[in-house]
Design a protein around this ligand. Structure first.
Ligand code: MLT
Length: 408
């Protein structure tokens, strides 16, 4: 009989958001009349914008004509999109990134999960705690839980920034603006990590999926704003949250050509290695989706993205105001669509999840689902509509949660 990859048995039974979806489904089946408001998974609610829809229609029409039909595309992505990204997301912001350093993909979840394919099993991998579960789970699948993974605590007293690791990791995952805590890293703090990686020969895997939500101009939106980061970092970016592509699927990963890694035959280009991995295991993001992503870079598309981000950040402001009024402690939501609150009355994350669902019919994400350091915290997202967010805040405002404090 075939044997499984035993590391899978070290994983939790279900992926965090699948477990939550199942619990909510059960609740809805038992209470079909409940008007449940979802502030849990970071899934967008606003439709695709007019310029994206137009580009999709045009690309579909192209596919219907022999002369413009496209079959397999380049695994790295079409040049038209890679060039736009290099120009608008990087060079216009003073960062020297070329199209050849950009790989188009179907989501940052895939790329942050797959990047381990090109990294040696002996690397020590530092992962923050709490963390977006994909980084941890994908590494457990690859090397197991016990020997190569170091969890770096992010605590309230440090503003949920990672503690400096006690031993030198070879690979460091950082996500800023942070999922789940909604906190950001200042330029000085990010400079510290880049310096640390350069001094220790480490590789930083920088997830910048939420960069569009940064409102404070002093906060870096790309790790490549930091001097010499191209020698120690890979950056992941997504069209999911800013342009509403969670269903359409498009993202990109920047692997600088200056980035090198050790191998038994000497130094190797990480860019070439990732190119090799992608051309073997990935057939490229669909042409029509890449045309839609290209439309995001038109002047109209850029204005629409700004409008969408402003829309969601208005929700974040509403949530922050509501929680402030309630007297609950929280973090994030200023430069991020996530608000990380401390469960009132010392409730644990899952108890708070259940109470909020049962009493207010609101779904959030229990902090402990992101790691043990998330216990006692809870994440709300700003991705629902204004109306639903306002209604959720109204329900929370009228809720007497203190009866549960006495129960404990
Ligand atoms: C989240 O809620 O953490 C995100 O939606 C997950 C993701 O983008 O995959």
């Amino acid at each position: 009989m075939v044997q499984i990859n035993e590391y899978y048995s070290q994983l939790k039974e279900n992926y965090l958001f699948s477990s939550i979806a199942r619990r909510v489904e059960n609740f809805c089946a038992l209470h079909p009349q409940a008007d449940v408001i979802r502030l849990g998974i970071g899934d967008v609610t606003q439709p695709l914008t007019p310029s994206v829809i137009r580009a999709l229609h045009d690309a579909v029409d192209e596919m219907a004509v022999k002369e413009s039909f496209r079959g397999y595309g380049p695994e790295q992505g079409y040049a038209f999109l890679r060039e736009k990204i290099a120009e608008i997301d990087y060079r216009q912001r003073g960062i020297n990134i070329s199209a050849g350093e950009i790989f188009i993909s179907d989501g940052s979840k895939s790329d942050t999960g797959n990047i381990g394919d090109i990294l040696g099993e002996d690397n020590i991998v530092a992962i923050t705690n709490p963390v977006y579960p994909v980084y941890l789970d994908s590494n457990i699948m690859r090397v197991g839980k016990y020997t190569k993974i170091v969890l770096v605590s992010c605590r309230e007293e440090n503003g949920f920034l990672p503690e400096r690791p006690s031993l030198h990791p070879d690979v460091i995952y950082l996500c800023y603006p942070n999922n789940p805590t909604g906190t950001v890293m200042s330029k000085t703090q990010l400079e510290w990590w880049v310096r640390y990686a350069l001094d220790n020969g480490s590789l930083i895997l920088f997830d910048a999926a939420y960069e569009a939500f940064i409102r404070d101009r002093k906060i870096p939106r790309s790790i490549f704003e930091i001097d010499r980061a191209e020698h120690c970092a890979i950056e992941f970016r997504s069209f999911s949250k800013n342009a509403g592509f969670t269903g359409l699927r498009c993202s990109y990963t920047v692997v600088p050509k200056a980035l090198k890694a050790r191998s038994s035959v000497g130094e190797i280009s990480i860019n070439s290695l990732w190119n090799r991995r992608q051309s073997t295991k990935f057939n490229g993001t669909p042409y029509i989706v890449q045309k839609a992503a290209e439309a995001v870079y038109s002047p109209e598309g850029q204005a629409e993205v700004r409008e969408t981000v402003t829309y969601y950040m208005h929700n974040a402001d509403m949530i922050r105001a509501g929680l402030t009024g309630k007297g609950w402690k929280f973090f994030g939501g200023e430069n991020s669509p996530y608000i990380w609150l401390k469960c009132p009355g010392g409730m644990d994350s899952w108890t708070f999840f259940d109470r909020l669902l049962e009493e207010c019919h609101i779904v959030g994400t229990p902090g402990v689902g992101f790691g043990i350091r998330g216990e006692g915290y809870f994440r709300l997202t700003a991705f629902n509509s204004h109306e639903k967010t306002a209604e959720a805040i109204e329900r929370i405002r009228g809720w007497d949660e203190s009866k549960f404090f006495r129960e404990q």
